[in-house]
Design a protein around this ligand. Structure first.
Ligand code: CA
Length: 236
C-alpha cells in the first residue's frame, strides 16, 4: 500500500477523528485513521503519509511517544493536537520534533488550513529550490531534502530544514524571530516565538561542532538569527 499524499489522523475520540477526516477530505486529501498510538506507528510505516495529525492523549502509546518514535527515522511533518495550551507543553512537543501544534477545541476548517499550509511548505521547500547551497563543510541539497557535513548526512525535521534553508539562502541577512516564525507557520500568533529558539537549538546541536560557540547560525541579540557570511567563516 502506498498513499504518499494521504494524511494520517491519530485520534482516539471517534467523533473528533471523523470530524477531522471529513474536513481533510473536503480539502482534497486522502486520509487514514488510527485510534491508538501503536496502530499509528504501524500505519505511518506502512503507508508513508504526507502529514501526520497526532493527538497527544492516546491509549497505549501517547502522542509524545509516537512523535519521538517517528522521529527516529522519519521526517514526515507532524501536527500535534492537544487540549494542553501551556507553553511548556508546546515547547516540549516541538523539541521532540513536532512541526505544528493546534490546541483543542479547534475548528476543523482551520485544522485543514494548517495541514494544507504544512503540506505546501514542505513540498515547496523540497522542490521549489533547485540550487545546492554550500558553506564551509556544510552542503544543503533542497531537492533531495539532504544535508551533509563533510559528506556525512545530517538528518533534519521539516521545520529545521525550512529554517536552515531560509537562513542559508541569505548569508548575513538578519531574520527576526517573528519573520522566521512566519516561514514555519501561516499564522504565527498561534505559536509562541520561543519555538524558533527550540528549533535553532536543535539545528545547532546537529550542524555545529561546538553549539555553544556557533560558526554557522549566529544570534543577533534582541532580534533573531542570521547565517554567517563567508568572510567571518574564513576568519574563525
Ligand atoms: Ca485523545
Amino acid at each position: 500500500m502506498n498513499q504518499k499524499d494521504s494524511i494520517l489522523i491519530v485520534e482516539d475520540e471517534k467523533n473528533i477523528a471523523s470530524l477531522i477526516d471529513k474536513s481533510l477530505r473536503q480539502a482534497g486529501f486522502r486520509t487514514i485513521i488510527a485510534h491508538d498510538g501503536e496502530r499509528a506507528l504501524q500505519l505511518a510505516r506502512e503507508c508513508e503519509p504526507a502529514v501526520v495529525v497526532l493527538d497527544l492523549m492516546l491509549p497505549k502509546v501517547n502522542g509524545w511517544e509516537v512523535c519521538k518514535s517517528l522521529r527516529k527515522d522519519s521526517n514526515v511533518p507532524i501536527l500535534m493536537l492537544s487540549a494542553k495550551e501551556e507553553e511548556v507543553d508546546k515547547l516540549y512537543s516541538f523539541s521532540l520534533g513536532a512541526d505544528d501544534y493546534v490546541v483543542k477545541p479547534f475548528s476543523p476548517r482551520e485544522l485543514a488550513e494548517r495541514v494544507k499550509a504544512i503540506f505546501r511548505r514542505t513540498n515547496c521547500a523540497y522542490t521549489c529550490r533547485k540550487t545546492k547551497l554550500s558553506f564551509g563543510d556544510l552542503l544543503l541539497e533542497p531537492e533531495k531534502h539532504k544535508l551533509t557535513r563533510n559528506g556525512k548526512p545530517i538528518w533534519l525535521t521539516p521545520s529545521e530544514f525550512v529554517l536552515l534553508l531560509t537562513l542559508m539562502s541569505a548569508p548575513g541577512r538578519v531574520f527576526s524571530r517573528h519573520e522566521l516564525l512566519t516561514k514555519l507557520y501561516q499564522s504565527s500568533d498561534a505559536v509562541v516565538a520561543r519555538v524558533v529558539d527550540v528549533h535553532i537549538g536543535k539545528l545547532r546541536r546537529k550542524i555545529e561542532g561546538a553549539p555553544a560557540n556557533p560558526r554557522f547560525i549566529l544570534t543577533v541579540r534582541g532580534v533573531g538569527y542570521r547565517f554567517a557570511e563567508k568572510e567571518e567563516h574564513r576568519d574563525s
